[in-house]
Write a protein that binds this ligand. Structure first.
Ligand SMILES: NC(=O)c1ccc[n+]([C@@H]2O[C@H](COP(=O)([O-])OP(=O)(O)OC[C@H]3O[C@@H](n4cnc5c(N)ncnc54)[C@H](OP(=O)(O)O)[C@@H]3O)[C@@H](O)[C@H]2O)c1
Length: 318
């Protein structure tokens, strides 16, 4: 039996060679092969572990039983029109979830406490004591109440923010005002000062962060203008609209971890915009050792006939 790794476009800690060593240590009785760098027999491949897989590669494996994506978002895998019809499993991991909650909390707090303005004042040696509001004066809207959105909601509630959330299906979450579906979107946006985006990139969500949506955010909040925090996927946002909305006051500020094109091109006006914070798609890195262990455990379960966890609904795209 072979586990095939096809890992592309990642940094050193995610190098395919390191993943191979991790998986080989977890699965000593399995042959772990790297696509493109060594020979393997396609018929012998039962499982694949992938990140941004090579289009068409997985379709060449006639006995493939499951595909494990090494991250939470599966949009890059589903972009392959030839993807074979076997279970696609994504990462759900407490370490990754906590890191995303750190990112969300950090960015909500820095906009709420006006840190960018204070850092600018410090550089000019200006003692500029701007008003600070109680967290309960600020409405944070979580777009996406999945694994990541729900955990962030817990921490934001504990800090005293007014928290709401929007999801595809209706949900009940203690302390959170919830909205769902297209019918609930406008009401959700109208009650949001800081919009935190944690939805997956799917055909239904692509490009939804646009001028039309930003124009529906609350305009009567203490921050003066709404704030966008996108840690979901770059394909959700229309960057030309973000820039135009920042410039005409529809948006007050933005924290962006993900971009239409990554790495963000040097020509992008987002880099130097005074009210934009750019982070390089590292809101929530995943601990590679933990992920390898979790995938190996699932492979062993599956071989014993037990069900896989965190299987993606391919018809919904997440
Ligand atoms: N920047 C980073 O470093 C980083 C790291 C990890 C993940 N991410 C991104 O974060 C995303 C969310 O991860 P997760 O683990 O929280 O995913 P998840 O558990 O699948 O949750 C997704 C949430 O989005 C909602 N949703 C999906 N499509 C929707 C639609 N059309 N309309 C309304 N709501 C919709 C879902 O609604 P239901 O609850 O009703 O299904 C769910 O609440 C990932 O897909 C990935 O793109 C980014």
């Amino acid at each position: 039996m072979t586990l095939l790794l096809d890992i592309n476009g990642a940094d050193d800690s995610w190098s395919p060679v390191r993943w191979q060593a991790r998986f080989q240590a977890e699965l000593p009785h399995v042959r772990v092969a790297r696509a493109g760098s060594e020979t393997y027999t396609a018929d012998e491949v039962r499982y694949a572990a992938v990140w941004k897989p090579t289009p068409g590669l997985l379709a060449q494996l006639p006995n493939l039983k499951a595909i494990f994506n090494l991250g939470a978002g599966v949009d890059a895998v589903l972009a392959d029109a030839t993807l074979p019809d076997v279970p696609l499993v994504r990462v759900v991991n407490a370490d990754l979830t906590r890191r995303m909650t750190e990112y969300v909390t950090l960015h909500v707090l820095l906009h709420h406490r006006r840190l960018p303005m204070m850092l600018a004042a410090q550089r000019e040696k200006r003692w500029d004591a701007k008003d600070q509001w109680a967290a309960r004066a600020v409405r944070v809207g979580l777009m996406g109440l999945g694994e990541l959105g729900r955990d962030a909601a817990d921490v934001l509630l504990r800090l005293g923010f007014r928290v709401s959330g929007w999801s595809r299906n209706a949900k009940t979450l203690a302390g959170v005002t919830t909205y769902s579906g297209a019918a609930g979107l406008d009401a959700f946006l109208g009650a949001t000062d800081i919009l935190v985006v944690l939805v997956p990139l799917t055909p239904a969500t692509r490009g939804m962060l646009n001028r039309n949506l930003f124009g529906k955010l609350a305009r009567d909040g203490v921050l003066g203008a709404p704030v966008l925090i996108n840690a979901g996927r770059g394909g959700l946002q229309v960057e030309a609209d973000i820039l135009a909305c920042l410039d005409d006051g529809t948006l007050g500020a933005a924290s962006l971890d993900v971009f239409e094109k990554e790495p963000l091109p040097a020509t992008s006006a987002l880099w130097l915009h005074p009210r934009v914070i750019v982070t390089p798609h590292n809101a929530a890195d995943s601990d590679a050792d933990e992920i390898a262990r979790a995938v190996a455990t699932q492979i062993q379960w599956h071989d014993r006939g037990e069900p896989l966890l965190h299987v993606v609904d391919r018809s919904l795209g997440y």
